[in-house]
Design a protein around this ligand. Structure first.
Ligand code: SAM
Length: 278
């Protein structure tokens, strides 16, 4: 019996189902169920909430989410070897766990859930950023989900919460902080995972704001931010020139010096510029 439920410890699950970790699938498993329950708690009170989990693997975080009271967990897993282990969890929590075998990038799992919805995942590193950007850029705001609680390698987590003036500040920080409250909720050393990855990790918690922090057209904002950070060493009057021949005038009009670089401009500044250019 394990620390949080009546199922076997994860080492036994992995051994009995032959789940040797595959690097190509970003498989670094969490085997400490106290830790996975703690990660689940970072998502807030899950009672009455549907949870989308990407990449449940042998089910450590899945068990944490269920033991913390999630109304329902929908888990998308690409590795068919994990399905029998996940079926045992589904049997222990009748009617509360559904597993879809497939690529999370190709499946719109969110449409199968009922709000309130939380997304919680120890993401495969190779698809983590792409999924985050998709969740942050739905056609309209607020999104169907209320919060994202996601494991990233530490450098990516730092990019999400970065402030202007820092090296980590860029597109991810602006996309995330424009429409969410963001914070790093936990730091995890490589040894927390089996096998240990080369890098440290961190759990980031993002809570969707009812409306974006500052008014701006999403597509225009994305274009301005992409142009600014594609050439982040250049002054804005040069890096943004392709957006408008009068870019210097527009920058001055919204209170940004044309000689500044993108990494010095706040989210508010980028939104003001996007409004002016829209
Ligand atoms: N959640 C488990 C844990 O915390 O121990 C496993 C996390 S492991 C870092 C990432 C998981 O994502 C693996 O189980 C892997 O098979 C799965 N995975 C990788 N690429 C995926 C994709 N495109 N769609 C869905 N799952 C994927």
């Amino acid at each position: 019996m394990s620390a949080i439920d009546d199922l076997p410890p994860l080492r036994e699950v992995i051994a009995s189902h032959g789940l040797s970790a595959r690097k190509a699938l970003g498989q670094n498993f969490l085997l400490d169920l106290n830790l996975t329950a703690k990660i689940a708690r970072q998502a807030g009170d899950l009672r009455g909430t549907d949870v989308l989990e990407v990449g449940p693997g042998p089910g450590g975080l899945t068990r944490g989410l269920l033991s913390e009271g999630a109304r329902r967990v929908l888990a998308v897993e690409k590795d068919p070897r994990c399905l029998p282990a996940l079926a045992e969890i589904a049997a222990a929590y009748p009617g509360r766990l559904e597993v879809i075998e497939g690529d999370a990038l190709a499946i719109n799992a969110l449409e199968r859930l009922t709000p309130p919805i939380a997304i919680c995942a120890n993401l495969p590193y190779n698809v983590g950023t792409e999924l985050l950007v998709r969740w942050l850029t739905p056609p309209s705001w607020p999104p169907v989900w209320d919060s994202l609680t996601l494991m990233f390698q530490k450098e990516v987590a730092e990019r999400i919460v970065a402030q202007p003036g820092s090296k980590a500040y860029g597109r991810l920080a602006i996309l995330a902080q424009w429409r969410c409250d963001v914070q790093i909720a936990m730091h995890l050393p490589p040894e927390a995972f089996t096998p240990p990855p080369k890098v440290s990790s961190a759990v980031v918690h993002l809570r969707a704001l009812p409306e974006p922090r500052f008014d701006a057209d999403a597509k225009t904002l994305e274009r301005v931010v992409a142009a600014g950070f594609n050439q982040r060493r250049k002054m804005l009057r040069a890096s943004l020139k392709s957006l408008s021949p009068q870019i210097e005038d527009h920058l001055v009009a919204v209170g940004i010096a044309p000689t500044e670089r993108a990494e010095q401009v706040s989210v508010e500044g980028f939104c003001a510029l996007a409004r002016r250019l829209a």
